[in-house]
Design a binder for this molecule. Sequence first.
Ligand code: FMN
Length: 223
Amino acid sequence: MDVIDALKRRISTRAFLDTPVSETEIRELLDAARWSASGGNLQPWQVYVVAGEARQRVIDAVQKKLSTDPFTNEAAFPVYPESLWEPYRSRRFQVGEDMYELLGIPREDKGARLAHLMANYEFFGAPVGVFFSIDERMNPNQWAHLGMFMMSFCLAAEAKGLATCMQEAWTVHAGTVANALGVEKPQIVYCGLALGHADKDAKVNQLRTRRAEVDEFASFEGF
Ligand SMILES: Cc1cc2nc3c(=O)[nH]c(=O)nc-3n(C[C@H](O)[C@H](O)[C@H](O)COP(=O)(O)O)c2cc1C
């Protein structure tokens, strides 16, 4: 699969088979992703891969926090700016509406929508969870480079027939996740990722999200 195919085929997968993924396979993905570019070649990323008992330990820790202290936000900063403006506000709204329409969950059914969100905290059934951390002293530039690394990881997974979903949902519980993983400051957990084999029969995996056309975000001069 070439890179352009991988870019166009990758989606956020939100239902997985329980088919295991081996450590060897995941090492291969990381071995590819480590060639991502980063300013000054800082490579400002750390990765924690969990399966089996370790995966369950993270799930249990967050489920426990959700049941006792659901509203404390442990993220280093809010996932989105406080009140989004156009066109971002509409895009965010649209992807949610498209997904819930596909799943047949109406706006009034807050319980079903919440249950769908909570599946994040079980990696959507994926057998492997991956967490990415960064040194909290880093600047926005290095955060961007961590994101590039994460995307490289997703593309490598796609090329190998594996499915992914990046999950900022875990960020809200970053401290709890860090404790469960044994991650210590100055490293801070940024994002989780579900990794496994897609359940191709699951409706949620039929979602193809929209994108702005090239001319909406790019300009060309001098051609
Ligand atoms: C850094 C990052 C974090 C994300 N966090 C979540 C998440 O917590 N839960 C979720 O269901 N989707 C999450 N997504 C998926 C986005 O909603 C998705 O990428 C976007 O709607 C575009 O859809 P696509 O990935 O299928 O192309 C995340 C995506 C990125 C890049």
